[in-house]
Design a protein around this ligand. Structure first.
Ligand code: BES
Ligand code: ZN
Length: 467
């Protein structure tokens, strides 16, 4: 092992406490991107990221305003061949997001979502796993290298504040800053691991199309005794529409929904079958009484490689304590679809609209709002970045990484492919039981410390011919 590698790893081990403290300060900022009342916190979080990058000696640290939340950019190009004498120092674009999902339902948190708390081996806070912990892991790995001999690679950082709402401003930002962002590949640590002992590289992500469906009936709420049986209850009508979106085989019924879905090859199916993610794994992770899904596909295929439709929220009528006999005037559902190559969000919006036109009864009025979306992606598994990450993960965990198709979405991966012809190495050190987007989100600290070491190996692997 090179002296620099040894020194940087040792530095990271000595600095675990500082790393944890730094993450705690970041997690204390309630940067909820979807909630306008948190606008000042979004600015605080962007400033916090920028100041960390400045402390690391990064250059050109800038906060770019967007239509919603600012993008933080920084770079350090000192390993450029001319100045460093190195023959071919690559440029890595490190992507991250400083925004988080809303913390509610608040009463289910054991400690405040923005009061980071260590319990057992984990740190609990909104964003600990997704993905402030991953951003700090990258910062700390770079710090370890900077303080022990300096960076052998060029770095660019792109840290956004809108990932959890579909990265709506990033598309234009990337398109407008192609030269600024030009790199050899991107490091995207916004994914996670299959399990503590299974280092994972995500080679595909599902896309997303998110909607709000509103159903309107009578002009105002009605007495359900006087008018029940006379008008179509919007809550009933919405439930009927939702029920019709799947058939008995668990397939989505929107017209044309599967038309562009790339079928799975026998090889891909065999590879997925080898992952340590059987029915039992999903039953344990979810606590559900039984699994559900599209007939003919295994759970790991259904979650990573098949498209789905889910209701994310429902609102109608009286939902308080006690009872109230009422026919509500309206009902609303938040509905999202997860997409796989080669589906796209715009097509799905059309398909949902057609379904509603065909299926909604004429005695109600409906309105469909297209909220946000992101394209699915499949990444190159054979570039220098993926190889360097594979070796890095193996150095730390002692086993070769697993490649997997992830069910979650990271819109920027597809945006970078499309706009910059840039491939991403997608990984991360969150675990399946981290409660991401749920109460009591956590980060498993021993795994996170290993992650910092893996990033150190990764950057140094990129520079050395022998690793
Ligand atoms: N980090 C997640 C994506 C993810 C989830 C990767 C689970 C691996 C495992 C990301 O921050 C996220 O949650 N994305 C949103 C995107 C959406 C709002 C466009 C998602 O998937 O819901
Ligand atoms: Zn995330």
């Amino acid at each position: 092992m090179s002296d620099q590698r040894q020194a940087a790893l040792e530095y990271a081990r000595q600095n675990k406490e500082q790393s944890l403290k730094l993450l705690e300060t970041f997690l204390s900022i309630p940067s909820v991107s979807t909630d306008p009342s948190h606008l000042p916190d979004m600015q605080d979080a962007a400033n916090w990221v920028a100041s960390q990058l400045r402390d690391l000696g990064m250059q050109k640290v800038e906060i770019y305003p967007t239509a919603r939340h600012p993008v933080v950019y920084a770079e350090w190009l000192g390993a450029h061949p001319q100045t460093a004498g190195a023959r071919s120092a690559p440029t890595v674009l490190i992507y991250g997001h400083y925004d988080v999902q809303p913390a509610d339902p608040l009463d289910l948190w054991q400690s405040g979502p923005f009061e980071p708390t260590v319990r057992g081996e984990s740190l609990y806070a909104r964003g600990a796993s997704d993905m402030k912990g991953q951003v700090v892991a990258a910062l700390k790995a770079v710090e370890a290298i900077v303080r022990n001999g300096g960076l052998p690679v060029n770095l660019k950082w792109l840290i956004e504040g809108e990932e959890e709402i579909g990265s709506p401003s990033l598309e234009a930002f990337i398109a407008d800053h192609k030269e600024l962002l030009a790199s050899d590949f991107a490091l995207n640590p916004d994914s996670g691991m299959i399990g503590q002992n299974y280092p994972t590289i995500t080679n595909s992500l599902r896309g997303l199309a998110y909607f709000e469906l509103r159903v309107y009936g009578p002009a105002s709420d009605l007495h359900s005794g006087i008018y029940g049986g006379v008008v179509h209850n919007p809550a009933n009508a919405l439930a009927e529409l939702i029920a019709g979106m799947h058939d008995a085989e668990g397939r989505v019924t929107l017209p044309g929904f599967y038309d562009k879905v790339r079928p799975l090859s026998a090889e891909e199916r065999a590879e997925m079958a080898r992952l340590p993610m059987d029915e039992k794994h999903y039953l344990e992770q979810t606590g559900a009484p039984a699994l559900y899904g599209e007939a003919g596909y295994s759970p790991v295929e259904r979650s990573g490689a098949r498209p789905t439709l889910d209701v994310n929220g429902l609102l109608a009528g009286f939902t308080g304590e006690g009872s109230k006999t009422v026919i509500p005037a309206w009902a609303m559902a938040k509905i999202s679809t997860r997409l796989v190559p080669d589906q796209n969000p715009a097509d799905v919006a059309g398909q949902l609209r057609r379904y509603l036109e065909q299926s909604a009864s004429k005695d109600i009025r409906w309105e469909l709002i297209e909220m946000h979306g992101g394209a699915p992606s499949i990444s190159d598994r054979n570039n220098a970045g993926v190889r360097a990450m594979g070796k890095a993960l193996e150095s730390v965990w002692g086993v070769q990484p697993y490649f997997r198709r992830e069910g979650g979405s990271i819109p920027v991966v597809g945006q970078m492919q499309r706009l910059l012809a840039l491939e991403s190495v997608v990984t991360g050190f969150g675990l399946p039981d981290d409660n991401v987007h749920a109460p009591n989100e956590k980060l498993h600290l021993p795994t996170w410390y290993r992650g910092i070491e893996a990033f150190i190996h990764f950057f140094l692997n990129l520079a050395s011919k022998t690793g």
